[in-house]
Design a protein around this ligand. Sequence first.
Ligand SMILES: Nc1nc2c(ncn2[C@@H]2O[C@H](COP(=O)(O)OP(=O)(O)OP(=O)(O)O)[C@@H](O)[C@H]2O)c(=O)[nH]1
Ligand SMILES: [Mg+2]
Length: 388
Amino acid sequence: MLGPMSGSTDPHESVSKVTTDSDEQDGWSQLLAVLDKVPFMAGLKRDVASLTRLVYRRRLGRIVAIGHSGTGRSQLLNALLGGAVLQVGGAGQLEPGQWAWVDAGGKRMAWMELDANGETLSAQTRRALDREPPDVVLVMATAEEVERGAGQVLEAAIRVLGRRDPAPRLIPLLTQVDRLDPAEAAPPFPVQKRDAIRAACRAFQRQLDEANLVADPVRAVATPNAGERALGLGAYGLYELRERLAEEMPEEAQLESARALDAPKARRRIAQGLVQSCSTLSITVALAPVPFSDLAVIAPLQGMMVTSVAYLSGRAWDRKTVGEWAASVGLVGGAGIGLRALTRQIVKFVPGAGSIVSASVAGAGTLGIGRSAIGYFLGDPALPAPRS
Ligand SMILES: Nc1nc2c(ncn2[C@@H]2O[C@H](COP(=O)(O)OP(=O)(O)OP(=O)(O)O)[C@@H](O)[C@H]2O)c(=O)[nH]1
Ligand SMILES: [Mg+2]
């Protein structure tokens, strides 16, 4: 599904905005209001601010893909998101130089294809980039294009960078490497093909260096279409690229990007950070000598934590998902009961917990719940992750 483009609808509408439901926002505002009254909270302001950016102010990752027409930008995004959302082999519904909201079955990204045609950026494109600056800029060329000289692609990259501060990360990609000789070889490629890929990457790297562009090392990718895949030509370089893209996203775009890109390492890293922050907050709240300071705060915090981990894995943002996990760990009631009741039950599972939740129990409880949710939703890290 291709969403509203900033050029075609309300010019002030932001394409990468994620509208969270009002329940979720209200819950977080209430939690913040309570947390604000907890002594010792001052030291945790950074944790709270970081959680707010990560979860409640989340937005889509914004990627600009620069290249000549036909270099394989749309097909790359389709492959990254694992769905045939964008038309390939022609501009299709996508308007070059404008943000598009792309949704592949809930995996969402803000995407702009910019044609390297030697022209300066249009006023409309400059406005779109100023309003929503890219997190990552992909600088893309095929080996043939590199051989002819990728000057126009690099010029366009320099124009997009402008004096942008902070500068978005440039990731140069050598595209369609499956077409290099011998073209019929599927990954893992034979030596001859690997040498050809390396030589083309080096040539591209030299051109980037000569243009004084600070960028990642050049990566080779291949995203053959369905027909070619049927002939045994597999995708190449995508697994690493997904992780790299997810890694480069700012805090607000991390949750949506790791979810959209299906990047297992990034998902796990984000989930672990989230669980750590929630555990620290739980301990602080439980230590606070105020009457509301236990389950009223800790339960919604734990609920948010489990929901976020589920969301990272690609599940919908709803209470049913929490219930699914609760049932999996043997908590009676599962989806049918509220989070507070659930937490009371969880507390009962923790040895030594009496009528009062002690600080260590609250912290350990939150950490345990978080780890269990990571295991359930993100899988066992000991198992090999699928590669493509
Ligand atoms: N063999 C092979 N073909 C590819 C690859 N990437 C793209 N193609 C084909 O190249 C053509 C152009 O791909 P697109 O993804 O539409 O290119 P684009 O950069 O979006 O260019 P526009 O069409 O101008 O938007 C299509 O026919 C794709 O099927 C690749 O990695 N390997
Ligand atoms: Mg395209």
